[in-house]
Design a protein around this ligand. Structure first.
Ligand code: FES
Length: 177
């Protein structure tokens, strides 16, 4: 390789390219082109069009896509991801400071989700207040399904502020059983 020439893993965009094609973003991020188009339609990422009407992405789109992909992997709804990304500047590559601001706003949400996952991991052998009344402990923890009066779903499992993709969950501030 000649001096100054860039090298990359097979199929990845050269490291010194500041703008990437959709195929290059797909290969480097591991996200399908169709998913990238979907993210763009949802306003999560943006591109510019060349004279030939082809998409070109700023290289920092890779960090956004990584954020979206990782967040989706742990079950965070796209709408919440979009709200978080809206805190980043659209017209330039986000700085460390910009990401720190997003991170602070995101922490409360992540903490609630972690608590939700811990409850799911730790409470499934006990009554979760779902209305089934099938375990011995239901008589103690949810006699006569009294918890149904506080709302839908497994009342002893849900954590405030965590909703699933269908918008089901206990909104922040709703009464805990
Ligand atoms: S586990 Fe369903 S009500 Fe107790």
């Amino acid at each position: 390789m000649a001096a100054g020439e860039s090298s990359t893993a097979a199929g990845s965009p050269p490291w010194d390219h500041t703008e990437l094609t959709v195929g290059e973003v797909a290969r480097r991020s591991g996200v399908a082109v169709s998913a990238l188009h979907f993210y763009e339609r949802q306003g999560l990422i943006t591109s510019r069009r060349t004279g030939g009407n082809q998409r070109r992405y700023r290289r920092d789109v890779l960090r956004r896509v990584a954020f979206i992909r990782t967040s989706r992997r742990v079950g965070i709804p796209l709408v919440r991801i979009g709200e978080a990304l809206a805190a980043l500047p659209a017209d330039r590559a986000p700085s460390r400071k910009d990401w720190a601001r997003l991170s602070r706003a995101w922490r409360e949400d992540l903490d609630a989700r972690i608590e939700q996952m811990e409850r799911l991991r730790d409470t499934l052998t006990d009554c979760i207040g779902c209305g089934c009344l099938s375990l011995k402990t239901c008589t103690l923890n949810n006699p006569h399904d009294e918890l149904s009066g506080t709302g839908a779903g497994p009342r002893r499992l849900l954590v405030d502020g965590v909703e699933d993709d269908d918008g089901v969950g206990r909104p922040a501030g709703s009464p805990a059983p």
